[in-house]
Design a protein around this ligand. Structure first.
Ligand code: HEM
Ligand code: FES
Length: 470
């Protein structure tokens, strides 16, 4: 933590410091003229900053609750962001806001889900129109035999079951850049491509979600069967086409939702999954955007209720090539409920294997564990949006250079990560999962090293990961 002496002066730099209080109750000291984002990072407060502080992503935004006169005026870059979005004076970009006195602020985005929800909100206000025509992938998911299975269950058990399933499914959807439009009884409707992604990306994200949801259901079902006597078997239908994204409802409480034939067709395709006995059915419009990428059954042309045109459908059970993003996300999902224990074990392994690295960690290790797992969590969730998180990863690399981290340390950290994953996943830690983590860690550390390259201490070779221990 940055420590202020009794006169409010930072003894390390000899400059005045100011109290910054975040609305969740944490108070830190910011050095005079420091940006709010830098003060958060220096004081180990998790603070989103996907573009690395360049006023491009808006994920660092804060609401100044008190002390607006104690912070710098908007920079021209921030001004253009704020004008485009119609922000009031109190909504500020933490990476552009310098502190010159006491401030009380609230971070507006605390989880990656918040990022997606705010994006959606802005989508509605950007055009000024009540509705927008978009090409998107629509996913419908339903629980097989839900009504007959839960007829005799206690309502509390049913609510618990549905919430557990929905929480897992929604997490997977949001990790893949989708948004859950609505929950309908035991079903849900999700949409991919609302951020203007190319059709192939939207379709890939929808299929990744479908495969990830089926994977999670296979893992969760035995637990639900044992505890609640309810099996979690899903039918999922995906279709790609045009929808209207509109704000619907009472003027005081409008909700963003998608409507149109594409939505109806996706729902009909989902209903067909039971008849043909396929967990996932894709329309040919989805398949056409991912040529050769999917493991598909033969095309079928069933008559879909209320749909005049004939639509070919394909059963799908995954991707042809290994998809490291999907594999890393779904194995991380298995670890997620024990994330703090994971962080603790990771550092124990790291220092057992590399005692010489312990000296680099000057601050409270428990705080560091929280920072690392929170960062890992955001990184894994952001893998589908690498271009968006790239700036933040490079900035993380630059800070690591200041912590004394050298490029040859990355292989050691990767090793400790793999060993910890192997412990936590047990028999589920397959060679495919291992290879996927190596690939993804490689990408992240390349970016971090690249971000730091001007400051990086020279070592033989550029990146020399030591990934030989299994
Ligand atoms: C994927 C790779 C890595 C990720 C995601 C990561 C994440 C983090 C995060 C989130 C922090 C908190 C401070 C900040 O945000 O600046 C941090 C601090 C730190 N990391 Fe990493 N890190 C990675 C690789 C490494 C490596 C290879 C080393 C080398 C030993 C390392 C050593 C440190 C040290 C020394 C600190 C400062 C600790 C302190 O202040 O006590 N990290 N890291
Ligand atoms: S706008 Fe501040 S970090 Fe991206």
């Amino acid at each position: 933590m940055t420590v202020a002496d009794e006169t409010g002066t930072n003894p390390q730099v000899g400059r005045a410091t100011h109290r910054v209080t975040y609305s969740h109750g944490t108070t830190i000291e910011a050095i005079d003229g420091q940006t709010l984002l830098d003060a958060s990072i220096q004081n180990r407060i998790p603070h989103h900053h996907q573009c690395g502080g360049q006023a491009r992503c808006t994920t660092c935004r804060v609401l100044i609750l008190d002390g607006l006169s104690h912070v710098s005026p908007r920079t021209p870059l921030e001004q253009s962001v704020a004008s485009a979005r119609g922000w009031d004076d109190f909504t500020r970009l933490a990476c552009q806001t310098r502190v010159y006195g006491e401030v009380i602020a609230r971070r507006l985005l605390q989880s990656p889900q918040d990022v997606i929800l705010l994006d959606l909100d802005e989508l509605g206000t950007r055009s000024g129109a009540e509705e927008e025509e978009l090409e998107v992938a629509v996913l419908f998911c339903d629980i097989r035999n839900f009504t007959s299975q839960t007829e005799k269950s206690l309502p509390y058990d049913v609510v618990y079951f549905l919430n557990s399933h929905f929480a897992t499914a929604a997490e997977i959807i949001m990790n893949n850049n989708g948004f859950v439009d609505k929950y309908i009884g035991d079903g849900l409707l999700a949409v991919f491509g609302i951020r203007g992604e190319p059709p192939a990306t939207a379709c890939r994200n929808a299929v990744r979600s479908a495969v990830g949801m089926q994977d999670a259901a296979r893992r969760l079902s035995p637990i639900f069967e044992r505890d609640l006597d309810i099996a979690l078997r899903l039918g999922i239908g995906v279709h790609f086409g045009q929808v209207i994204l509109g704000r619907i409802g009472h003027p005081g409480r409008r909700q963003i939702t998608v409507v149109g034939n594409t939505v109806n067709l996706a729902s009909r395709i989902e209903r067909m999954t039971k008849r043909v006995g396929a967990p996932i059915l894709l329309s040919d419009s989805v398949v056409a955007h991912l040529p050769g990428a999917l493991r598909l059954g033969p095309a079928i042309k069933p008559k879909l209720n209320g749909v005049s045109e004939a639509t070919s459908l394909h059963a799908c059970d995954g991707f042809n090539c290994t998809d490291p993003v999907l594999i890393v996300q779904s194995s991380f999902h298995q670890v997620a409920p024990r994330l703090m224990a994971f962080g603790e074990r990771f550092y124990t392994v790291l220092f057992e294997e590399n005692p010489e690295l312990r000296g680099l960690f000057k601050n409270d290790l428990a705080v560091q564990q929280r920072m690392l797992v929170s960062m890992l969590n955001s990184l894994v969730k952001g893998l589908n949006r690498l271009t968006e998180i790239e700036g933040g990863v490079r900035a993380l690399g630059r800070r690591h250079c200041r912590y004394g981290v050298r490029s040859d340390h990355y292989g050691k950290v990767a090793n400790a990560l793999l060993l910890t994953l192997a412990e936590f996943l047990g028999d589920d830690f397959t060679p495919e999962i291992r290879a996927s983590w190596i690939a993804i860690f490689g990408t992240i550390s390349e970016l971090m090293v690249d971000g730091a390259e001007t400051n990086m201490l020279p070592v033989a070779g550029r990146l020399s990961p030591d990934l030989t221990t299994s």
